[in-house]
Design a protein around this ligand. Structure first.
Ligand code: AHR
Length: 307
């Protein structure tokens, strides 16, 4: 440790290579696969050695994977949590081992926010707000309450909670939309199809569907068509993510609105990893941009969509 030209102490230069231990939720759908591709591509571009593990949607396996990164003495740990709970012990171990931690995509439920250096991802509550707002605007002339069913992601995950909260808050303000029922679709197309089938059995009049991701919304389309309904007309469908498959659904008139949640967080993550490795300061919270697509602007966007 020496002094720089201004006389300040310099920390020992860290020795490369930078090793990033990254634990991914799984490969549950189009968004997640695009997210993994973005992280792998950015790691390669930034010459960061990536120790990548896929938790397969299993919270316990994911915590074990993060322990294994500490054992392997990686430079930085990042993970997209399957669920919000259960993180205290392993993150305290990472802190004791002086390994900085970055949360990607989702958040965790830990009161000690010093356990992670930064979090990078979307504003899920705002996505729920927008989903309700766009739907609400379609019904300004409606004489009766608009019956909405919600297809939820995995219980205990940040987007499941916050998208539901955001949608409910905006619906309550507007007063037109009423969430009459909900069912989990586990973020997958098959899950969305099964959830929609159950919701159709339980509810006589469904005016609109809020599917918390594209895959579940596209699964709901299959279930609705199987019983002779016309998704996009009755019921209307709003989803979140903005995958190419969903934009195609919009153009085909089977979905009505798609709120974007960008999976492309590889580059901002690598920038934070490099800064942490060199002992620099990083922003505690980095938020991604979003848009809302309808059948018109989906047609403009689709050529550039890579996922
Ligand atoms: O956490 C982001 C969500 O997780 C995406 O909306 C969904 O598609 C994924 O499974």
């Amino acid at each position: 440790c020496g002094r720089d030209k201004d006389g300040f102490n310099m920390r020992d230069a860290p020795r490369g290579p930078i090793i990033l231990g990254f634990s991914q939720v799984g490969a549950e759908g189009g968004w997640r696969k695009a997210n993994t591709a973005s992280i792998k591509k950015a790691a390669e571009r930034n010459r960061i050695d990536l120790n990548f593990k896929d938790a397969g949607g299993d919270p316990e396996r994911q915590i074990a994977d993060v322990h294994s990164f500490i054992d392997a003495k990686v430079s930085v740990i990042a993970f997209a949590p399957v669920v919000e709970t259960g993180w205290g012990e392993v993150l305290r171990r990472a802190r004791d081992a002086k390994i900085p931690v970055v949360l990607t995509d989702r958040l965790i439920d830990e009161p000690d926010t010093s356990l992670w250096a930064s979090s990078i991802g979307a504003e899920f509550a705002a996505e729920g707000n927008l989903a309700a707002l766009y739907l609400e605007n379609d019904y300004t002339a409606a004489q009766q309450t608009v019956n909405v069913v919600q297809i939820l992601g995995v219980a205990g995950a940040t987007p499941t909670k916050q998208r539901a909260e955001g949608f409910a808050a905006t619906a309550a303000k507007g007063g037109r939309l009423k969430i009459i029922d909900e069912e989990t679709g586990d973020w997958t197309k098959d899950g969305g199809k099964d959830a929609m089938t159950k919701l159709l059995r339980r509810n006589k009049r469904i005016d609109a569907v809020f599917a918390q991701n594209d895959d579940m919304g596209l699964g709901a389309v299959i279930a609705l068509e199987a019983v002779g309904k016309e998704p996009g007309k009755e019921p209307k469908i709003v989803t979140v993510d903005g995958t190419k498959a969903a934009l195609e659904g919009l153009i085909a008139g089977k979905l009505n609105y798609v709120v974007e949640c960008s999976p492309e967080i590889g580059e901002p993550l690598m920038a934070v990893v490099v800064d942490l490795f060199h002992g620099g300061r990083v922003q505690k919270q980095i938020r991604s941009e979003k848009a809302v697509f309808d059948p018109q602007n989906a047609a403009d966007e689709i050529a550039d969509r890579t996922y």
